[in-house]
Design a protein around this ligand. Structure first.
Ligand code: GLA
Length: 674
């Protein structure tokens, strides 16, 4: 079994409304295809089900087939839905995934619940869940067996009898998978189950799970209420990101009763930071995705509940207009995704794909709002409202999302002006050398910010000194207070990430006092070594990989650290290099002192004929070298990049546009010359 990767820890930074100037640069965001121009007129089921994206729970992401997937779990989740207020927040379906049945049907061809997991059968569980005002979901496959290797029965050829059995048990939702389908046409298989469900007369939400293989968005509008658009999600940043990029361009196909399904939530499962989970949840909501909790709520942290229970974010997902958000811009990993809401407002996600804080900015008109003197801007993670003259901007932490709801609201003046906090200059500190930083406070509001004052603090023992003004009496629309600072880390400070906090306070014209903070990450680094070094011998700043950790001098074995093999490309074995799994990014501090990166790159031989990836080398915000899409059939490709003047060099591997499955990528013999 494959397990989530681990990776270098990064300091967790909370989302801040405020915006600012950047730290370093952009990321490899493959251009997203513009959505089709005309909305798709695909017919829908018109049965009144799933008029907003389904919300609930499914055990798969937390338990897979483990024995702790059982009646006690399902009941425990139903209890928590009620006790923790999740039911009130809109979560409704409690869904069983694979492994609930015995491998063999009974003498009458009926499905038999596994008595070890469900000693009282499925109907008893359904009754329990219904008594709480919730609904029950179940799983099977449009094949002769389900996906698990234990070989549980699938419904192919048993559609009508299995559907009736589900209805008799009181099932309200069916996830219908794609394994062991004997090559029977997908449209036929999924339509037969639709008809079988309809024949039961029980309202059952029908979730098509054929992983996007047959482009269900083009034909399943009148077949199912939702359809998976991709392969399985895993609890890693790279997996979430890859699925996001596959699902975003499908926006025109989603609507009430027929949704794109980028797979269930991983929030709370431990493979991503809370900042990353907030991005996952924000982006799934902006994409009007089903919100199926995939973590065991019986052991979830308060932070997990706080994410899953954010009603302002859920309202974005559940908006009755039912539009999936579309990409406004995505340059340099700075994503702006906007969703039209029924009340005319726009939900706007400012999502930072890159590994360093970045300024992400757009305007009210770019996200589709009408011209107005000013707008009300609501920060859905801060739960605070401001007015803006039209600029929507924030310094977004690495992998973070600022989620806004913006409206051309006549009452905008009742809110204080929005302010943008930003950092200009490098957050890298070599010990013993003072680092110079510049911060900005900018009034984005239509109204002035008065009595503005800023401060910057570092960890204990650090010295931070302002070298210019830290206060301003009044700042009108678009005006900034720019402050210079010197930052010193004490001698002997170990390399790594350290938190600084930029704080601002100001008053609105009515005297209301506002404070805002921007958490910043300063990285204490060693100067890069002179001469030519193998990158696998150098410390990295950050490293992410779609499966398993980034490996030094071996390929990526997908799971635990050190589980790879000798790096092998086209039959050639390399002693040195980095082994990663798409989507991956490894960054190195080069301190404007290096000139060249060289490597032999390709898909590792260990995956046979599988795997397609593309390699990119970035010098700060500029892509300085790249390959096209490479497959396993190709030998190693030499890649050379001029990185002169770069403070940070990033080695990026994308999935080649087809999901991350089997994408074992090697940076063989990767070397840096300084
Ligand atoms: C497939 C599906 C998953 C999960 C498993 C269960 O991989 O895509 O979501 O249901 O099967 O075996």
């Amino acid at each position: 079994m494959r397990r989530p990767h681990t990776r270098t820890t990064r300091r967790r930074v909370a989302g801040a409304l405020t915006a600012g100037l950047l730290c370093t640069a952009g990321l490899a965001a493959p251009a997203v295809a513009a959505p089709a121009r005309h909305p798709v007129a695909a017919p829908s089921l018109a049965d009144g089900l799933a008029l907003t994206p389904p919300m609930g729970f499914n055990n798969w992401n937390s338990t897979h087939c483990r024995a702790d997937f059982n009646e006690a779990m399902v009941k425990g989740i139903a209890d928590l839905f009620v006790d923790k207020g999740l039911k009130d927040a809109g979560y409704q379906y409690v869904n069983l995934d694979d492994c609930w049945a015995l491998p063999d049907r009974d003498a009458n061809g009926k499905l038999v619940p596994d008595p070890a997991r469900f000693p009282n059968g499925i109907k008893a569980v359904a009754d329990y869940v219904h008594a709480k005002g919730l609904k029950l979901g179940i799983y099977t496959s449009a094949g002769i067996k389900t996906c698990n290797s234990a070989g549980f029965p699938g419904a192919l050829g048993h559609e009508y009898s299995d559907a009736q059995q589900f209805a008799d048990w009181g099932v309200d939702y069916l996830k219908y998978d794609n394994c062991n389908n004997l090559g029977v046409d997908a449209k036929l298989r999924y339509r037969t189950m639709r008809d079988a469900l309809r024949a039961t007369s029980r309202p059952i939400v029908y979730s098509i799970c054929e992983w996007g293989e047959n482009k269900p968005w083009e034909w399943a509008g009148d077949v199912g209420h939702l359809w998976r658009t991709t392969g399985d999600i895993s609890d890693s940043w790279g997996s979430m990101l890859s699925i996001l990029k596959q699902n975003l361009p499908l926006a025109p196909y989603a609507g009430p009763g027929h949704w794109n399904d980028p797979d269930m939530l991983e929030v709370g499962n431990g493979g991503m930071t809370d900042t990353e989970y907030r991005s996952h949840f924000s982006l799934w909501s902006v994409m009007a995705a089903p919100l199926l909790i995939g973590t065991d709520l019986r052991t979830a942290s308060q932070a997990t509940f706080d994410i899953l229970d954010n009603k302002e974010v859920i309202a974005v997902d559940q908006d009755p207009l039912g539009k999936q958000g579309t990409v406004v811009s995505s340059a340099g990993g700075r994503w702006v995704v906007a969703k039209e809401m029924k009340d005319g407002s726009r939900a706007v996600a400012l999502f930072n794909e890159s590994g360093t804080a970045q300024r992400i900015a757009t305007t009210a008109s770019a996200v589709g709002l009408p011209d107005a003197p000013a707008y009300t801007l609501r920060d859905l993670w801060q739960h605070r409202s401001y007015n803006t003259a039209g600029t929507l901007a924030a310094t977004v932490p690495a992998h973070g999302t600022v989620l806004l709801r913006v409206s051309a609201d006549p009452d905008w003046a009742t809110h204080p002006p929005a302010a943008e906090l930003g950092l200009d200059g490098s957050p890298f500190v070599e010990t013993g050398t003072p680092a110079a930083l510049t911060t900005d406070f900018t009034d984005l509001g239509r109204t002035p910010a008065r009595r503005v004052s800023v401060s910057l603090t570092g960890p204990a023992g650090w010295t931070v000194r302002a070298t210019s003004a830290t206060t301003a009496t009044v700042l009108t629309t678009g005006r900034s207070l720019r402050t210079g600072w010197t930052v010193n880390a004490p001698a002997g400070t170990p390399t790594g990430s350290y938190g600084l906090v930029l704080k601002a306070s100001y008053r609105s014209p009515t005297g209301e006092s506002v404070t805002s903070t921007l958490p910043l990450t300063a990285t204490v680094v060693l100067p890069p070594p002179t001469g030519t070094s193998y990158l696998s011998d150098l410390p990295w700043l950050s490293a992410t990989s779609g499966w398993g950790p980034v490996e030094r001098d071996t390929s990526n074995g997908e799971s635990a650290a050190g589980d790879g093999h000798p790096i092998t490309l086209g039959g050639v074995v390399y002693a040195k290099g980095l082994g990663v799994h798409a989507e991956s990014e490894v960054s190195f501090y080069t301190g404007k002192a290096c000139g060249k990166v060289t490597a032999d790159v390709g898909v590792d031989d260990e995956k046979g004929t599988k795997g397609t990836v593309a390699f990119e080398i970035w010098a700060d915000g500029t892509k300085v070298a790249s390959t096209g899409v490479l497959t396993n059939a190709q030998p190693a490709q030499p890649l050379t990049a001029d990185v002169t003047g770069a403070q940070v060099v990033r080695l990026v591997v994308t999935d080649g546009g087809d999901g991350i499955d089997s994408d074992h990528a090697d940076w063989a013999d990767a070397r840096l010359s300084c």
